[in-house]
Design a protein around this ligand. Structure first.
Ligand SMILES: [Zn+2]
Length: 79
């Protein structure tokens, strides 16, 4: 959706881009990677106004911060 500007679910081109934010106390759309406002990674969201489908994207430069903080899904212990 970010690249095509078309909703993959309903083929609508009525897409909103909602920019990620990292306000005080972690308000806004973001992922915490530390203790302060400076260590939040912003998450941009793309929303289809026709069906409500949404997609979330993180800036590539922020990915190493997440790699440091979170563990790979494949390392997850299954119940
Ligand atoms: Zn849609």
């Amino acid at each position: 959706m970010k690249n095509s500007k078309i909703c993959p679910k309903c083929q609508s081109s009525n897409i909103l881009r909602i920019e990620g934010r990292a306000d005080a106390y972690g308000a806004g759309n973001n992922i915490p990677v530390g203790m302060t406002i400076f260590t939040y990674v912003k998450v941009d969201r793309y929303l289809c106004c026709e069906c409500g489908y949404s997609e979330e994207w993180i800036n590539k430069k922020d990915i190493p911060k997440l790699v440091k903080k979170y563990s790979p899904a494949m390392d997850e212990e299954l119940p």
